[in-house]
Design a protein around this ligand. Structure first.
Ligand SMILES: [Zn+2]
Length: 133
C-alpha cells in the first residue's frame, strides 16, 4: 500500500501518536500519586508504584518483556538471546508475586496496553479494592 501522506505530514502524525501515549502514562502516574503512591519506590521486586502503608504494589508489565498474549511477537533475530531473557522475566514476575503475597501485600499487574487504552479503568480496579481511596 502506498503511503498517502507526505513525509512531513507522516512525522506530524507519528509525533501526535507518541505524545498521546506519553500523556496517558502520565495521567496514570498522576492519578496514582494523587492517591499517595510512590513512583518507582525502592522496595523489593521493583514495582512501578507502591503504597507501603496499605501494602499495595502495582506493576506495569511491558507487552514485549512479559509476553502479553495479545501483543507479544517473537523477535525475528537473535532468538537464542531474547528467549531466555524474556522467559526469565516472566518467571521472576511470578516469584515476586509470591513473595509479596507472602508478606501480605496486594499486587496488581496491568499490561502496558491496558494503561495506554484505559488508565482510568486500571485505577478503578485498584480503588475498588480500597473503598477509602
Ligand atoms: Zn499487550
Amino acid at each position: 500500500m502506498p503511503d498517502t501522506f507526505s513525509k512531513k505530514k507522516r512525522s506530524q502524525i507519528m509525533s501526535k501518536v507518541k505524545s498521546k501515549e506519553t500523556n496517558l502514562e502520565l495521567c496514570f502516574r498522576k492519578l496514582l500519586i494523587g492517591y499517595r503512591f510512590r513512583y518507582q519506590p525502592k522496595v523489593f521486586g521493583k514495582p512501578d508504584f507502591a503504597l507501603k502503608k496499605l501494602k499495595i504494589a502495582i506493576f506495569i508489565d511491558s507487552c514485549f518483556w512479559h509476553k502479553c498474549p495479545k501483543h507479544f511477537r517473537k523477535p525475528n533475530s537473535n532468538i537464542s538471546y531474547w528467549k531466555p531473557k524474556i522467559n526469565r522475566n516472566v518467571e521472576r514476575a511470578k516469584e515476586v508475586n509470591k513473595q509479596f503475597k507472602k508478606d501480605g501485600w496486594i499486587v496488581f499487574r496491568f499490561w502496558e496496553h491496558d494503561i495506554k487504552v484505559n488508565p482510568e479503568k486500571c485505577i478503578n480496579k485498584v480503588s475498588e479494592k480500597f473503598g477509602r481511596m
